[in-house]
Design a binder for this molecule. Structure first.
Ligand SMILES: O=P(O)(O)OC[C@H]1O[C@H](OP(=O)(O)OP(=O)(O)O)[C@H](O)[C@@H]1O
Ligand SMILES: O=c1[nH]c(=O)c2nc[nH]c2[nH]1
Ligand SMILES: [Mg+2]
Length: 159
C-alpha cells in the first residue's frame, strides 16, 4: 500500500500532457506514437493532437491489478513501430520501470516519455514532466470520482 496519494484531475492531466508535448515537439519530427495501454492512451491522444501526429500504434502491457504488482504480460506487441526508430512511446507514468523495461526491449530505438515519474523508473525515461516520491500512488481521473470527505477537524479528532 502506498503511504500517500497524489490526485490528478482531468484538467491537470490535460495541462501536464500539454507541458510534455512542448518538450517533445523540439525533439521531433516523429514517425508516429506508440501508446502503452491503457494508461498511456489519454496522454497519447492529447499529445498526438498537439504534435499533429495521426499515426498511432499501441502496445498492451499488464503489470498491475489495482495497486498490486505482478509479472508484466504483453497482451499486444507494437507491430507497426519496427525497432522504434523515429517513434515516440508514451505512458501515463513510470513507477518501478518494469513496464518501461519490457517496452524498451521491444522498441530499443524509440524515445520514451511519460507524464509522471517516480525515482526508481526515472532512469528508463527520456522525457517526463512531474516527479513524485516512490511511496506515492498517483490517482488518475479515470480511476476516481468526486465524493464526500469528512472535515479535517473531524478526521483529525478520530485519530
Ligand atoms: O513502472 P511500472 O512499475 O511498470 O508501473 C507503471 C505502469 O503501471 C501502470 O499500468 P498497469 O499495469 O496498471 O496497466 P494499465 O495501464 O492498463 O492500467 C501504468 O499505466 C504504467 O504502464
Ligand atoms: O494508477 C496508478 N498509479 C500509480 O502510481 C501507479 N504505479 C504503477 N501503476 C500505477 N497506476
Ligand atoms: Mg499502464
Amino acid at each position: 500500500m502506498a503511504s500517500r496519494y497524489y490526485t490528478v484531475s482531468w484538467d491537470q492531466l490535460h495541462r501536464d500532457s500539454k507541458a510534455l508535448a512542448w518538450r517533445l515537439v523540439e525533439r521531433g519530427p516523429w514517425k508516429g506514437i506508440v501508446a502503452i495501454t491503457r494508461g498511456g492512451l489519454i496522454p497519447a491522444a492529447i499529445i498526438a493532437r498537439e504534435l499533429d501526429c495521426r499515426l498511432i500504434e499501441s502496445v498492451s502491457i499488464i503489470t498491475y491489478d489495482e495497486e498490486k504488482k505482478g509479472e508484466p504480460v504483453v497482451a499486444k506487441p507494437p507491430i507497426a513501430a519496427g525497432d522504434g526508430d523515429g517513434w515516440l512511446v508514451l505512458d501515463d507514468l513510470v513507477d518501478t520501470g518494469t513496464t518501461a523495461k519490457v517496452v524498451r526491449g521491444m522498441l530499443p530505438k524509440a524515445h520514451f516519455a511519460t507524464v509522471y515519474a517516480k525515482p526508481a523508473g526515472k532512469p528508463l525515461v527520456d522525457t517526463f514532466v512531474t516527479e513524485v516520491s516512490q511511496d506515492t500512488w498517483i490517482l488518475f481521473p479515470w480511476d476516481t470520482e468526486p465524493q464526500f470527505v469528512a472535515p479535517i477537524a473531524r478526521s483529525a479528532a478520530a485519530k
